[in-house]
Write a protein that binds this ligand. Sequence first.
Ligand SMILES: [Zn+2]
Length: 431
Amino acid sequence: MTNSFLKIVLFCICGLAHFTVSAQTDSNEVKEDLRHYANALAAPYMYGRGYVDKGLAKATKYIESQFRKNDIEPGPGMGTYRQNYDFAVNTFPGTVSLTVNGKKLIPGRDFLVDATSGSCSVTDLPIAHADLSTMGTGKAWKRAARRLSRDTAWILSGTDSFCAANGVSSRTLVSLLPKGCFLLPVHSKQSWTVGRTSHEATLMYVYDTVLPATPTSLSMTVEARMNYSFDACNVVGKIPGRVTDTYLVFTAHYDHLGRMGSAVFPGASDNASGVALMLHLAAWYAKHPQKYTMIFIAFSGEEAGLLGSDYFVKHPLFHPERIKFLTNLDIMGDATAGITVVNGAVLTRQFDMLTTINEEKHYLPQVKSRGQSANSDHYHFSQVGVPAFFIYSMGGKGFYHDIYDQPSELTFTNIPNVALLLKDFIGRLQE
Ligand SMILES: [Zn+2]
């Protein structure tokens, strides 16, 4: 090896090392930025960005403040960032408690109350078993239901065949039950939801591992309150481009499940992480305006059934035809195994563009394609012909719609590279 060749090699190695170190520093800075946003949105005082303690309203204000800080304008034709609407939602602002055989169980960890349950308050009720599979359908079931006395708490079994015979899903079982207290022992992991109606029965899903071998008595309190007109809003920001009537849109829902009694669902991965990435991109694009106008929409009502995006599509601020492309970000806390792209199998040209960039730049270990799915806010846009991807990350421990979806669990592994991939993709869409 000659001396000069060695110098060249050393120069190259040092240069590469320098590049690697600075790329690493950039990546760490982006992670810090993402963590900052996600920690704020999933903080205890946000109460799961839901329906009690003004959780959603606090998150709205936070996102507005970030838009304002970065000189992002309100959406097209808007005087403020807010697009207001309302919907009905069942809430649990008071006590949610369950004691079986004198043992107090922990809400969120040991049990979940069905999100469409009504209120109840009972003390030391005897427990009996009710096998619903033997209780028929229609009128026969109505007669049988009358025999499920309110002076007893009922542990249910045979619910799967009962639901199938009565044409309801296991998720809407409570709608068929009479007023009273019901426990459904469950073994597999349960996820909580948002209820938009209220039923007279109170149904709790209890992990069988925490139930005593012979449950004989229980005390149960559920303070449910139906809010028929919950005020929600979508938060919409704009960064004008040289072309003012063609839009590139990023969306991420900022609502989560809120609070079930004392159990708070912080929704760090779902979807403080996606909003964090969207806010990070918005701050970057504010400093780097594009050819087309960039729109950033934080949707509410997603967990209640894609309500915010549905409202937006039905009350658009601009013609959906003017959207060149929409990218929805939901669950962006850990891309150790890469990302999945919903609609990748539908919009093959744009998906090829994305994977080509990834192959050139080696950003992510995998960019996986999926067909259409009604599983996030891209859906209503796709239905009216807007080319839209929904991108979610693959990694992490899989905490989902539970009390463990905490900001401390977000690693943001590879998410800075998702940001780079998206910036390149947006760049190529404008060529
Ligand atoms: Zn989500």
